[in-house]
Design a protein around this ligand. Structure first.
Ligand code: GLU
Ligand code: ZN
Length: 275
């Protein structure tokens, strides 16, 4: 089967060495390599950063099959996925602020909060409250009653088959946000809907996102979407061993380019062989 991969950057700053590595991995592992612009965070996304993504990737010698999928054009698709989940009775509105959640979790009887991929696991305060609006959360326990267990295959830094049951999903992830009040979706919902829409067969991405994968597999199960295989790769770190972030402009690809580096130099810097 033809392997379909994607690189899914957010246009919120310059691409750096870590992005170059992620893009090379995705391009090299795919027979068909696609691009997705993850620009649902409209407050932080900028058209000039999107253009810079195309420029940097072209400079690296990468090309992708059109069309490029832009998440900001996909809000109706996310809404329809959300409607599907709501129609199954698996969602509820949550009006808690971060402070409310912190207060509940710091109550003496709660013990040490469990930290999930989105931060402290939500204590379920609004479940059963029937708020007319708010952030939309997934009722994880109800979802897992429908699915039983979920599993996925990982071929990257932590190879193996991973399985999660109801108890684990409720404890380690809880009622995750499907739709933020401001943007009508969340990273989790958008990535699942879009990986399916783009026919992705292998998700390649940094190992910082490994822990989010169980959530994605749950959503695929509920929405009747196929589960791709996953390939989480190592992160590129700076000399101090810290992972690179968008604000590390010092490591921007465009800066290396201006200073006369070649794409072969970039490959060397991220530890990839040159053909
Ligand atoms: N947009 C995400 C990022 O830039 C990647 C999401 C994914 O690959 O699932 O980190
Ligand atoms: Zn709440």
């Amino acid at each position: 089967m033809a392997r379909v991969t994607r690189f899914a950057p957010s246009p919120t700053g310059p691409l750096h060495l870590g992005h170059a590595y992620a893009a090379f991995v995705a391009a090299e592992r795919g027979d068909r390599f696609l691009l997705r612009i993850e620009d649902i965070d409209t407050a932080r996304s900028k058209p000039e950063w999107e253009q810079a993504i195309y420029d940097d990737l072209h400079w690296l010698g990468l090309s992708w099959k059109e069309p490029v999928l832009r998440q900001s054009n996909r809000l109706p698709a996310y809404q329809s996925a959300l409607d599907t989940l709501s129609a199954q009775g698996l969602t509820y509105a949550c009006t808690c602020t971060r402070g409310d959640i912190r207060a509940v979790l710091s109550a003496p009887q709660e013990g040490a909060p469990i930290i999930g991929p989105d931060g402290p696991v939500y204590p379920g305060t609004c479940r059963g409250q029937h708020h007319p609006d708010g952030a939309i959360r997934l009722d994880m326990a109800a979802a897992m009653v429908r699915l039983g267990t979920v599993s996925f295959t990982e071929t990257g830094t932590r190879p193996g088959t991973y399985r999660y049951d109801t108890t684990q999903m409720s404890r380690e992830f809880g009622d995750i946000v499907l739709a933020r009040r401001d943007i009508g979706t969340s990273y989790h919902l958008a990535v699942v809907v879009d990986d399916a829409a783009q026919g992705i067969t292998e998700v390649t991405r940094g190992e910082d996102l490994f822990d989010a994968t169980a959530i994605h597999v749950v959503l695929q199960g509920l929405l009747g979407l196929p589960t791709p295989t996953y390939h989480h790769h190592r992160l590129i770190r700076d000399d101090q061993g810290k992972r690179l972030a968008k604000r590390d402009d010092a490591r921007a690809l465009s800066k290396y380019r201006t200073e006369g580096a070649t794409p072969a130099d970039i490959r060397r810097m991220v530890g990839l062989p040159n053909p």
